[in-house]
Design a protein around this ligand. Structure first.
Ligand SMILES: Cc1cc2nc3c(=O)[nH]c(=O)nc-3n(C[C@H](O)[C@H](O)[C@H](O)COP(=O)(O)OP(=O)(O)OC[C@H]3O[C@@H](n4cnc5c(N)ncnc54)[C@H](O)[C@@H]3O)c2cc1C
Length: 252
């Protein structure tokens, strides 16, 4: 989202493809207010399904773009810890599996300016959102288009690009392991080794000029990645590098 904001601010006019497992981007953070008098009073919960029913009822409108919806979500979150702890391990795992992704999406709402950039780029026909998971990324050279990167998805789709950036978050991602065993990237303790400009390093130590990574996958090179503000700074760095490269080689 931060890279979109930076590219849009620089009037980037190329095509951008985002690949994401659920094909959904986060909602914008709205001007919701904490109102302690409206804190949700959790009933006693005995199972994962009961918890989902209670949350569904409490949320009423499911519109994430609604200020009141975000308020209700935050009211639910406040008292959730004792309820979560009262559930069995199996029920906790069921919740994580079925609604964990949605909870994270609603919880980590995006900065409004990034959502505005996403909307502008979509309206200008420059942005496509592809539902899928990346399985492998390889370097390619296609003289007819000057594409340098090939991205393979688990469903068999293949996408070529001039530049690519990896923003796969925390956790052990099989994609990084695959890039290591394909000889595309040098790994540092399971994470990507990147240059100061966040370019991915090859096993021989040379750098991919067109392939970048940011956020938690770079933590072993960066020493620390302190959440959203660091990542926003990294995103601007990558967007600038792409814009400069596009100007240098005249991609338009
Ligand atoms: C409990 C907790 C609390 C936190 N609190 C804060 C806080 O208060 N403030 C703060 O600034 N930071 C906080 N952080 C850190 C912050 O959440 C992360 O640093 C930030 O979310 C990372 O952003 P990201 O966009 O790089 O990755 P993410 O937000 O993790 O997004 C990565 C995305 O990539 C997708 N993905 C993964 N693999 C693939 C693949 N192979 N193909 C396609 N898509 C893939 C994932 O499904 C996910 O949607 C917290 C983190 C945790 C765990």
């Amino acid at each position: 989202m931060d890279i979109l904001a930076s590219l849009s601010a620089e009037n980037h006019n190329g095509q951008i493809k985002i690949i994401s497992p659920k094909g959904i981007l986060p909602p914008p953070q709205l001007d919701w207010r904490d109102q302690p008098e409206k804190d949700f009073q959790w009933p006693k919960i005995t199972s994962a399904s009961e918890m989902i029913q209670v949350m569904n009822k409490a949320m009423r409108a499911k519109d994430w773009l609604d200020r009141e919806g975000q308020e209700r979500f935050e009211q639910l979150r406040k008292g959730i810890s004792p309820v979560w702890r009262s559930l069995s391990d199996q029920d906790q795992m069921r919740l994580k599996k079925h609604i964990g992704w949605l909870w994270q999406l609603l919880r980590y709402r995006a900065a409004p300016q990034t959502v505005a950039a996403q909307k502008d780029l979509s309206e200008q026909g420059q942005l496509s959102l592809i539902k899928g998971r990346v399985k492998a990324i390889t370097a390619c050279h296609k003289p007819e288009t000057d594409h340098k990167i090939t991205v393979q998805l688990t469903d068999g789709q293949v996408i070529d690009a001039h530049h690519g950036f990896i923003a796969t978050g925390a956790g052990r991602d099989p994609l990084l392991t695959q890039m290591g065993s394909d000889g595309v990237a040098r790994l540092k303790h399971g994470h990507l080794d990147v240059s100061e400009l966040l370019q991915i390093t090859r096993p021989d130590g040379s750098i991919h000029k067109d392939g970048f990574a940011l956020g938690p996958p770079t933590v072993m090179s960066r020493g620390d990645v302190i959440g959203a503000t660091t990542i926003a700074g990294e995103a601007a760095l990558i967007a600038d590098a792409i814009i400069d490269h596009v100007k240098d080689v005249g991609l338009g």
